[in-house]
Design a protein. Structure first.
Length: 434
């Protein structure tokens, strides 16, 4: 086999010509001009980068595959990508570090709930379901807030333990807080919920709240009831709950290997509430979730939920089960958006980049829903190879610059269709049939 001869060219070519789609889409959302209204850190000199330039460049780095600040540096040499976005230069790694380093707890509290509220004001969606969850982000240094705590994947390693809230209908992040790794599951959950409902989602009607067992406290259940919010919450299997489940009779068979029951129970001397119990036979459902509670009754796993809904048992369980989709969102954020790797020494700087990643995720979710009509498919990793990783270069044609995208003729009508979809978009984005 003969090798092809090698020659070099000074021609400026980008491997991400498809990012011209995102440039046009961002223009349609109006988020660039909105960033100018926020209390963002300003440059210290006339030669400094504007905040919206730094943030948009950070998002572009993530969308093109960066998972660390140093990875964003290579875009500085992609002059064609600069032309696509109308920039002369792009920030360096140190620029991002300095910019995020200017964020404090006060600034984060001012900027991000307001920004999320503006974002969701652009979406026409009502009666939303909000899912609350937490996750663990392993750290390998001495960053502020990183501490030894619950870490099922890397036992004994330092970590952060963030809280996250998702809007089920739009598959987007409503709010997110970074917490130290040794924080208890329920710590700061009420304040996080208050910020989510009263600021980030202000003006939106909340139809249902779902949460994992880390949120199972009397304080949070009472708070949701005081706000007249319906909820389904996974329950921690405390000994008094286990003993009550042990005494239950008259289990209802739902399907092969799954039985349901319910009980009225008071947690920590609180008001009596409705609890739904799901019992799964391991032999028939080897992959079923839940815990084996009783040594005298092996081969069964149990799950328990507390709810304010007055619906049949199977409906309550089915409604809660769809909450598992937020686990897919967390997985995508970690794998495709670098959630675990953009970390700085200062805690609030790390939280600022963490929360900007959430906005990058929401913008991509909006793009794939309205520009591509891929509401429930196409992760960012897929989109990179599907429509972003297209070779392109700019040429002068009739006294104006034109972007040439390398694309087979059979795929060009498809690409033109996406550009047409974007051109016809404008807020509010209608999720009424989502």
């Amino acid at each position: 086999m003969v090798n092809l001869p090698i020659e070099y060219s000074d021609k400026q070519v980008t491997p991400f010509g498809g990012m011209s789609l995102m440039k046009r889409f961002i223009d349609q959302t109006g988020i660039r001009s909105y960033l100018d209204n926020l209390n963002l850190p300003q440059p210290g000199s006339n030669r400094g980068y504007e905040p919206n330039h730094i943030i948009e460049s950070f998002w572009l780095g993530i969308w093109t595959g960066a998972s660390r600040y140093i990875h964003c540096d290579w875009l500085r040499y992609d002059k064609t990508l600069h032309e696509i976005f109308g920039w002369e230069e792009m920030p360096s790694q140190s620029t991002y570090s300095r910019f995020f380093g200017k964020f404090s707890q006060k600034r984060n509290t001012e900027v991000f709930p307001e920004m999320q509220n503006w974002f969701f004001d652009q979406l026409n969606v009502e009666n939303i379901t909000v899912d609350f969850d937490s996750t663990v982000i392993t750290r390998y240094g001495d960053q502020q807030g990183s501490a030894k705590g619950y870490n099922p994947n890397k036992r004994g390693r330092n970590s952060h333990h963030p809280l996250m809230a998702f809007v089920s209908q739009t598959r987007m992040v409503a709010n997110a807080w970074l917490r130290p790794g040794n924080t208890a599951d329920s710590s700061n959950c009420k304040a996080f919920m208050e910020e989510t409902f009263q600021e980030a989602l202000k003006g939106k009607k909340i139809g249902l709240v779902r949460a994992d067992s880390g949120f199972y406290t009397e304080e949070l259940m009472s708070y949701l009831e005081s706000e007249s919010l319906n909820y389904i919450m996974a329950v921690r299997m405390y000994p008094n709950i286990k003993s009550t489940i042990w005494g239950l009779n008259d289990w209802v068979s739902l399907t092969k290997g799954i039985e349901l029951n319910e009980m009225v129970f008071s947690h920590e001397n609180g008001k009596p509430r409705r609890y739904i119990i799901v019992k799964k036979q391991v032999e028939m459902r080897p992959n079923a979730g839940g815990k084996e509670l009783f040594e005298d009754l092996p081969g069964y796993r149990y799950s328990c939920f507390v709810t304010s809904l007055d619906l049949p048992l199977d409906q309550v369980w089915n409604i809660y089960n769809t909450r598992a989709d937020c686990e897919n969102r967390i997985k995508e954020l970690k794998q495709d958006f670098g959630l675990e790797n953009f970390c700085l020494k200062d805690f609030w700087a790390t939280e600022a980049s963490f929360r900007f990643i959430m906005i990058a995720y929401n913008l991509m979710s909006l793009f794939r829903h309205f520009a591509l009509n891929h509401h429930k498919r196409a992760t960012l990793n897929t989109l990179r190879s599907y429509c972003f990783a297209l070779g392109a270069w700019s040429v002068n044609h009739s006294n104006k610059k034109v972007l040439k995208i390398a694309l087979p003729s059979k795929r060009r009508p498809w690409m033109d269709g996406i550009f047409s979809n974007i051109r016809n978009l404008s807020p509010p984005f209608d999720y009424s049939n989502a």
